[in-house]
Write a new protein. Structure first.
Length: 321
């Protein structure tokens, strides 16, 4: 039986950075994100007794090396859960360009978790599906639920899973993914996680996080956008400060990143509210309310370092298609 699932990428408002258990992808802190309605991965999986090894096709190309290995190891987890040894055919497509610098591991592993487990005959409850997705890529667990996902860090495979904070209709927040020119090859988020603890600011951030999370939850509940955005930007700057001061230092920002952040600050002082957050890349996710999208998007596109933008509202989580 072939099963196809579609799943969104997500943008983290509170970030996952550093792994308490790298094998199980158990984080040091809770994290919180919004699904991106316009950045989707569709994955089909079929277990086939005639195959000698797993076949993995990503965006029309046969995958090999590390990229394939990561999928095969994930399928091994699914096989173990289902009590089978059959190999599988996996086909995966992203609807967003690789050049956008949006990490595809969250959408990819959440789609694979659903399509793979169902193709293997498993019907996992949501919590368990988020745990399975987490094993592929930590942030993938938050993409499983609709709208806004919250990952409770836990301290074991069983206790580290994602829940829904609110569905996609709760608040008309928008993420304008603002793609700036890439100047050099960036470090993967996996490398960043491994270096996180070496930053002198690692412990300081962890100590400050519970307060920031409480404040952010409050602003989210009250839909107080100005406060919410401030906290989102503060968290992103903290994370990147940690990356920049880890050993080895990792700089995801480039001149374009800084240009967008500076302009957002200026526009805010004129009453136009857009806040910056960045994941493991130079692109800036500009978080705003729906009423300001058109104006902000136009202004962003006028900046010399901006290549293109992708507009996202809060999206559905992983589902079968
Ligand atoms: C900066 O989930 O991509 O986007 O588990 O190694 O695949 P792996 O890491 P990943 O890390 C995400 C890092 C981040 C912040 C976030 O999404 O929470």
């Amino acid at each position: 039986m072939k099963v196809r699932a579609v799943s969104p990428a997500n943008i983290a408002f509170i970030k996952f950075w550093g792994k308490a258990d790298p094998k199980l992808n158990i984080p040091f802190n809770d994290s919180f994100s919004m699904n991106l309605s316009g950045c989707l991965t569709t994955t089909g999986v079929e277990f086939d007794g005639g195959l000698k090894e797993d076949e993995v096709v990503i965006n029309g190309e046969s995958a090999a090396g590390e990229r394939k290995q990561r999928v095969v190891e994930f399928l091994d987890l699914v096989r173990k859960k289902a009590g089978i040894t059959t190999r599988a055919m996996v086909e995966s497509e992203n609807n967003f360009p690789e050049a956008a610098g949006i990490a595809s591991s969250a959408s990819a592993f959440s789609a694979l978790a659903m399509a793979g487990s169902r193709a293997a005959g498993l019907q996992l409850p949501t919590g368990e599906l988020t745990r399975l997705a987490r094993r592929g890529s930590g942030s993938a667990c938050r993409s499983v639920v609709d709208g806004f996902g919250y990952w409770r860090k836990g301290n074991s495979d069983e206790t580290s899973f994602a829940v829904q904070m609110a569905d996609e209709k709760y608040w008309d927040l928008v993420d304008i993914v603002t793609v700036v020119a890439e100047e050099r090859k960036k470090a993967s988020s996996t490398e960043g996680h491994a270096a996180a603890e070496s930053s002198p600011y690692f412990k300081t951030r962890l100590a400050n996080l519970p307060h920031r999370i409480t404040e952010m939850k409050k602003a989210f509940k009250e839909k107080e956008f100005g406060r919410f955005g401030e906290l989102v930007e503060e968290e992103a700057v903290d994370l990147h400060m940690m990356a920049m001061t880890s050993r080895p230092p990792i700089w995801y920002w480039n001149a374009g990143t800084v240009q967008v952040i500076n302009n957002l600050r200026e526009w805010r002082s004129d009453g136009l509210l857009g806040f910056a957050t960045m994941d493991a890349g130079a692109s800036v996710h500009v978080i705003c309310e729906k009423k300001d999208v058109e104006k902000l998007n136009r202004k962003l596109q006028e900046l010399p370092s901006v290549k293109f933008t992708i507009i996202n509202v809060a999206g559905k989580g992983t589902h079968e298609v």
